[in-house]
Design a protein around this ligand. Structure first.
Ligand SMILES: *Cc1c(COP(=O)(O)O)cnc(C)c1O
Length: 364
């Protein structure tokens, strides 16, 4: 037995992340040939064909270390976002950026205010550094910014706002965000995780980049994993003022973004047709699924993303297992503390159809 004294006490109650079940694992375990995964909010169209071409070219050059500065992508992205190049930091997925943020700013016993329920990695990053999360219940399935403001104490170092929120798919609107920012103390960092930014089509969604001029304590996180369909390459980015970015950059490893991801991301930004196509599929899939959930008498939360939270009306674990046997992976939200809710990613028309058919069989 390992002597527990060798382990940092702060990490003792970190629970391992439970990812969406991988397709190959389900095939292996259940002896299935065809498996559809609608569990991790991946873009079902796959990456842009232009990105695929660039990746192929880059493969032959992986003997060369990547550009640690991510120069070309940095230039392209800063121009399209209307910010300076030094206002960006890249991470091995926004997951890595969450850890870098924690390493840069969170000390033992610092408090971090998050929603209950939200993306689990804020808690993970906080705990690595010995910080404590203060959870504020959702109101109407989205962040209750007034209550989150009230939860800020002298110990609070950071607040995470997952907007749109995973797993509910809801947003907090501009007016609420602006009232909130005006009242948050300057020594509390406000992080907007906008992993699903590109999917939102609500005109009251805040353009948080506009707040960077006024507030020096705002950090925005986005990713190439969702609409840009590069989850397997791991590439996310943070946007803030150059000073905060500079601090986070101190704890970043020099070559954290691989060379294939860098060219793939550039090409993906160039292929806005693919983005529009992805949005169109998502819009249609969403309408189809809403209609089918209604037909099946299932409650759901209208979404601003590429996933939908549904109430199955019975044990989500059980339905998850039975769906698995039919070759459909959804996300039971049991690990988030929900008993009857599940999250499904909006897939291709054929995938959505098969998912609904399986769900109907399981529920009947
Ligand atoms: C998927 C997701 C991420 C992680 O993105 P990566 O860039 O793949 O690490 C971050 N935040 C939320 C809310 C997500 O759903």
């Amino acid at each position: 037995m390992v002597d527990k004294r060798v382990v940092r006490e702060e990490i003792m109650d970190i629970k391992p992340y439970i990812p969406g079940k991988p397709i190959d694992e389900v095939k292996r375990e259940l002896g299935l040939k065809e498996v559809i995964k609608l569990a991790s909010n991946e873009n079902p169209l796959g990456p842009s064909p232009m990105a695929i071409d660039k990746m192929k070219e880059a493969v032959a050059k992986v003997n060369i270390y990547p550009d640690g500065n991510v120069h070309n992508l940095r230039q392209k992205l800063s121009k399209s976002l209307g910010i300076e190049a030094n206002q960006l930091i890249f991470g091995n997925g926004s997951d890595e950026l969450l850890v870098l943020l924690a390493q840069s700013f969170i000390k033992v016993d610092d408090e971090v205010v998050i929603a209950d329920i939200t993306f689990s990695e804020y808690e993970f990053a906080t705990k690595i550094m010995g910080g404590k999360v203060v959870e504020v219940p959702l109101k109407d399935n989205t962040h209750d910014l007034e209550a989150m403001l009230a939860a800020i104490t002298a110990k609070t170092k950071m607040v995470f706002i997952c907007n749109p929120n995973n797993p509910t798919g809801t947003i907090v609107e501009r007016r609420e965000v602006e009232e909130f920012l005006a009242k948050v103390p300057e020594d509390v960092i406000v992080v907007f995780d906008e992993a699903y930014y590109e999917y939102v089509d609500n005109s009251d969604y805040p353009q948080t980049i506009n707040y960077l001029n006024e507030y020096d304590n705002v950090i925005i996180l986005r990713t190439f994993s969702k609409i840009y369909a590069l989850g397997g390459l791991r590439l996310g980015y943070g946007i803030s003022n150059s000073e905060l970015i500079g601090y986070i950059d101190r704890v970043r490893q020099p070559f954290n973004i691989n060379s294939i991801a860098q060219v793939a991301a550039e090409a993906s930004l160039d292929d806005q047709d693919h983005v529009l196509k992805s949005l169109e599929y998502n819009r249609q899939g969403k309408q189809y699924l809403y209609q089918e959930f209604e037909r099946l008498g299932l409650d759901y939360i209208p979404t601003e993303t590429n996933f939908i939270l549904i109430d199955l009306g019975r044990s989500n674990q059980e339905v998850f297992q039975q769906m698995l046997k039919k070759g459909i992976i959804i996300r039971s939200l049991a690990s988030y503390g929900y008993e009857t809710e599940a999250r499904v990613t909006i897939g291709l028309p054929e995938e959505n159809k098969k998912m609904i058919k399986a769900l109907e069989e399981v529920l009947s």
